[in-house]
Design a protein around this ligand. Sequence first.
Ligand SMILES: *Cc1c(COP(=O)(O)O)cnc(C)c1O
Length: 462
Amino acid sequence: MKDKSGHSWAEPYKIKMVELLRMTTREEREAAIREAGYNTFLLRSRDVYIDLLTDSGTSAMSDRQWAGLMMGDEAYAGSENYYNLEAAVQEYYGYKYLVPTHQGRGAEHLMSQIMIREGDYIPGNMYFTTTRLHQELAGGCFVDVIVDEAHDPGSDHPFKGNVDLAKLEKLVQEVGADHIPYISLEGCVNMAGGQPFSMANLKELNAYCKKHGIPIMLDATRTIENAWFIRRREEGYAEKSIREILREICDLTDGCTMSAKKDLLVNIGGFFACNDEELFLKAQNMVVVYEGLHTYGGLAGRDMEAMAQGLREAVMQEHQDARIGQVRYLGVHLRKAGVPIVRPIGSHAIFLDAKTFLPHLDQDQFPAQTLAAELYLEAGIRSMERGNVSAGRDPETGKNRKPALELVRLTLPRRVYTQAHMDVVVEAVAGVYERRETIQGLKMVYEPEYLRFFQARFEPLQ
Ligand SMILES: *Cc1c(COP(=O)(O)O)cnc(C)c1O
């Protein structure tokens, strides 16, 4: 894979320690997936060969991050690592105030409870599972305002994460800006296939929101990756650094929630950050109820140190070139094999288009769930459903939401797998694709109340 100047990229690190993988037989995998109720979330990690379930908390830390663990100041209050993290967040993201949380949803919980009142509407550039649930639990209602192209897996729009200002304006007209506590803006939109928003779109959004007094709260989880796409694709940004672009994004927003388990290369961690002092004081007070004292928020001191160092590494150009380059490598080769994937190739994962892959299955036979189970059976590769199961039921009608996108996500942990692993994944997906017509769907036999995709169980239909 070549960069713009025609050079191949390579990993900007060498490997110091390895973790051995266990190979399984087809019979062992058949037993394992049956035991797991055909839900890849319920598989045991030891039964998985290449784990592409998620990029959340699965990255490889650097020697410097591991060294940071040894620098953990495990004081209950006022840990030195908290101040190091605060300084790093202020420097790279630019927000004034920081409240650490154990992970992203901890921050979402605080922000939703503080900012949303019963009956409010929260527009966003596509939902995210935990984000929307916390909005709903706080009495709010999520409204999708992403551009239409984001719902079309065949569209090559370079910024499918953009907000459709007309959709936002329609909502403001209908419910009034008073009932919109903030707009939730996600970078490299996960559920759309890791698709970025453009700086031009954010500038327009910022101008619109200023006019109506609506804060922009960033879901900063993959915003550094979003900055990489702006640099690559948007006019006028080729000469700017990822660091500068990240800062420009944050300066156009009012605060953020963060799952540091993604961009920031740590196994656990998150935070809420903002510029408004009143909001900060509320979050700082609430965190002691749900997470821990405001200088550790459910984390060990060492976790905060690893996060601060991870942030310094995440903004490095060569890191993101390799990270996103590896995702591209996988996507390009799958496309060459004729496999239908979401276009264009996004930041953190390849999304197989299960509706096109298994056109003979009805959406209520869970084509994406079925495909994820088949891929595990084929080669021990673990992926994740992002379709009808993840979307859940409409709270009003109780019916399956049946989203336009029915996807299987092959998510790449950062700095973990090699290019040879990617070749194995391509061969396995191509193998399932070849026998696709023989594949039967699933029926759901156990459905938990919240975030059902994590724990639902299935059985084969035939
Ligand atoms: C992972 C994720 C979250 C939730 O963060 P956790 O650390 O898993 O709690 C929120 N938003 C987005 C976009 C995510 O990818």
